[in-house]
Design a protein around this ligand. Sequence first.
Ligand code: SF4
Length: 210
Amino acid sequence: MSSKVASRVVQVLSDAYPGRGMMDMRKAEDTLIATLLSARTTDVQVLRVYPTLRKRYPTLKTLAEADTREMGKIIHSIGFYNAKAKNVKALARKLLDDFGGKVPRTLEELITLPGVGRKTASCVLTYAFKIPAIAVDTHVFRIVHRLGWAKGKTAEQVEMELRDLIPEKQWIDVNRSLVQFGRDICKPGRPECYRCPVAKWCKYPKKTKI
Ligand code: SF4
């Protein structure tokens, strides 16, 4: 697969799916916390509980001083809520103590925060700061394997392959557009290849027909 073709595919998908990413919460702090909460659940589930969470804990100080059992009750519907509540509390404490209450703007600093891996850090960089990064979540991982762009077995391996393949100026569009494309057409299970705008560039051997 050439960079030129990959660039074309990203452009086509970006044009087809111009909407905002679901975790694009406008504010870096919200994007960071909501993306952390979205691990192993859906963005929709997180967006259901997030407003209540921030109403109860509107500042980093209130999050850092929270009773995690009480916080867990608010977010219990999203799964792994005990661990997530502890991470959110610890993350708020670290942001206050080590970063002056601001969300850092580098991947290296972001991944020092509790519960924050490369995917969450990359979402914050792209959505909150418009800094080029590639967040490899389950949609991106599945789609780029089907397209024949990546062979990596881990999200980090795939991220490195995509960084080599896709021009840096388009990194910011990858997660946003592929997540929407993955929900709409290139779904888990049976993709709807017969209505796929990038089918002619895709190497998936089991393309579906109507
Ligand atoms: S042709 Fe099918 S498998 Fe390939 S990207 Fe399109 S929907 Fe996904």
